[in-house]
Design a protein around this ligand. Structure first.
Ligand SMILES: NC(=O)c1ccc[n+]([C@@H]2O[C@H](COP(=O)([O-])OP(=O)(O)OC[C@H]3O[C@@H](n4cnc5c(N)ncnc54)[C@H](OP(=O)(O)O)[C@@H]3O)[C@@H](O)[C@H]2O)c1
Length: 316
């Protein structure tokens, strides 16, 4: 058997990286092997990866040397940062810089950087449609990732810039699912007007990333956007109605109202939805469903995902 190409997977114990690790491990003849990076090799998720055949190594996004050591000898690297662990765009940028520097030092042949648009290209800081956050961002968890793109380019790391989409798992973990209103009727609430909300099953992000690695050089130096579907708020409500067998309405609220919901990061998420609404044509065009399906022929539909996962969605 020819030697397997090692993919160093940052975030392998989490959602995106976990999906990629599982996609590689499920295809033992595919020519790739998984090196899972984690701060906690003794965690249950890390042990499960090891049991499934992954090499597990300790590394920390805040420690460039640990990343460079973990990338050594690998062919590819899946690079992702977790804004929601600390809520700081500056910290996320510093972690991305560590990833890009480490990829250069280790001579990584193909990195995938899980990034987003710089929303300030559409909504400049002096545009008062939405508040400026953390001093110089509109959507901090987007703009910081975009601002970090150049570290990969400047370092000459062969990189694919992956524009992901909101996870359908947010219905389970992030309050995007239906809640019962005072009228007793279930509703999903997003400040999207009648615009489309590209979204995806998170496991499919990993499968698409695997498709990018399998394509060799084809996507190096390119930006690739992925989504499972582009449903409107009404269509999400209709999909829930069908899955739950009970009417679910779409509750369109102004972004200002959403920003005021008070959960941690509500201002950033409110700005994010408003960006997706106001720049909808560009945002959707950047996430082609045909490309997503070509990278991952198993791409799930919202209806299919809900059929499998509806019992995991808490009804608020
Ligand atoms: N929610 C959405 O809809 C959505 C959509 C698109 C993109 N995103 C983006 O996805 C990112 C998070 O990815 P995810 O959802 O896959 O994460 P997740 O499931 O919350 O897991 C976080 C992962 O990051 C790793 N990690 C965090 N800090 C680390 C550090 N200092 N050193 C090493 N590893 C670290 C964790 O590894 P250990 O704990 O094992 O060390 C874990 O594997 C966020 O930046 C978010 O903006 C989210």
């Amino acid at each position: 058997m020819s030697e397997q190409k090692v993919i160093a997977v940052v975030g392998a114990t989490g959602a995106q990286g976990g999906g990629l690790a599982r996609a590689i491990l499920a295809d033992p003849g595919g020519g790739f092997a998984v090196r899972a990076l984690t701060r906690h090799p003794e965690s249950d998720n890390a042990k499960a990866l090891a049991a499934a055949g992954a090499e597990v190594v300790q590394a920390d996004l805040d420690d460039e040397a640990s990343l460079a050591a973990a990338f050594q000898g690998a062919y590819g690297a899946y690079c992702v940062t977790n804004f929601w662990e600390h809520f700081s765009a500056d910290k996320e940028i510093a972690q991305a810089q560590n990833l890009a520097n480490a990829a250069k030092q280790a001579g990584i042949k193909h990195a995938i950087w899980s990034t987003f648009e710089d929303t300030r290209d559409w909504i400049p800081l002096d545009d008062d449609r939405m508040p400026t956050l953390q001093g110089r961002f509109k959507v901090a968890h987007f703009d910081g990732k975009a601002e970090a793109n150049h570290f990969f380019t400047d370092n000459g790391v062969p990189t694919t810039f992956l524009l992901t989409s909101g996870y359908w798992e947010n219905f389970i973990y992030f309050g995007w699912g239906p809640a019962r209103g005072e009228d007793g009727v279930l509703a999903v609430t997003y400040p999207m007007g009648d615009k489309m909300l590209p979204t995806i099953a998170v496991e499919d992000i990993g499968k698409c990333a695997y498709g990018i690695f399998k394509a060799g050089d084809a996507y190096i130096g390119k930006t690739v956007g992925i989504a499972g579907e582009h449903p409107t708020g009404e269509e999400i409500a209709a999909a829930f109605t069908k899955a739950l067998g009970e009417e679910v309405r779409y509750n369109d609220v102004p972004p200002d109202v959403y920003r005021g919901f008070g959960f941690p990061g509500a201002d950033d998420i409110g700005n994010m939805f408003q960006f997706k609404r106001d720049a909808n044509e560009d945002y959707c065009a950047a996430r082609d469903l045909g490309v997503s399906r070509s990278l991952n022929p198993e791409l799930q539909s919202l209806e299919g995902w809900l059929a499998q996962n509806k019992d995991r969605v808490p009804i608020g």
